[in-house]
Ligand binder design. Sequence first.
Ligand SMILES: [Zn+2]
Length: 269
Amino acid sequence: MKFALINGNKVEATKGAKGLCSHCDAELIAKCGEVKVNHWAHKGKRNCDPWWENETDWHRSWKGKFPIAWQEVTQFDDSGEKHIADVKTQSGWVLEFQHSFLNPEERRARNAFYPKLVWVVDGLRRKTDNKQFQEMLELWGPPLRDEPDIINVFCPDGYRLLKEWNDSNALVFFDFQEETDKEKSMFWFLYPRISSSEDYLLRFSRAEFIELHNNNNFDSLVEKKISSFLEKLINKKQIEDEREASRHWARHRERLSRDDWLRFGRRRL
Ligand SMILES: [Zn+2]
């Protein structure tokens, strides 16, 4: 973990330091080595939260964009189950920074546990993800005519990153941005899936994402860019479904009248 409590304050790990876990009250020891980022570890056991993932520089850099009070916050549900949110904003959004592969079961459990959850997924962990993502954008761009930031893509087979996340009912952002490459907008939002075959991606800015949360303004983005577009998709899907249903009904009627005619013909004979 990034923080331990020392005299009630959230403190980062320094060599030789000891503190308490804010989640389970156990004693924590500072680990400051060459390989992993400086962190606090529980004495002789694994982290007290089974959902905890060892942190990378990528995690730390993300968390560090938000106030310390918002980082590593213990959350309870009605049954008393508790977990540590990477970041919880003042407006109640929980941000989870996901670097490694997460099995679908745990992903769904976390989606259910946090009512307002945003995933930020590290798109640079597997080299193939970034390459495939760029290929897909080239293949399926240009953006929608009336929504210039949005691209409609059909996820090709074998494209793991999108496949792993496109059934999520929480909000998902992909982060492909190298720390040094601030110019490129390599931060994308994946719309929750409405249709079974197509996905929609919103080109977004990492800096704006951070700013919106820090100013407690993320809800306005959700309203303007996410909910309103999803509504459009749902309406479109409804119209398509109705069309399909009426086509189905027309076929059914055709068949009925043919059967009727056959019956009628048979009677006549
Ligand atoms: Zn603990």
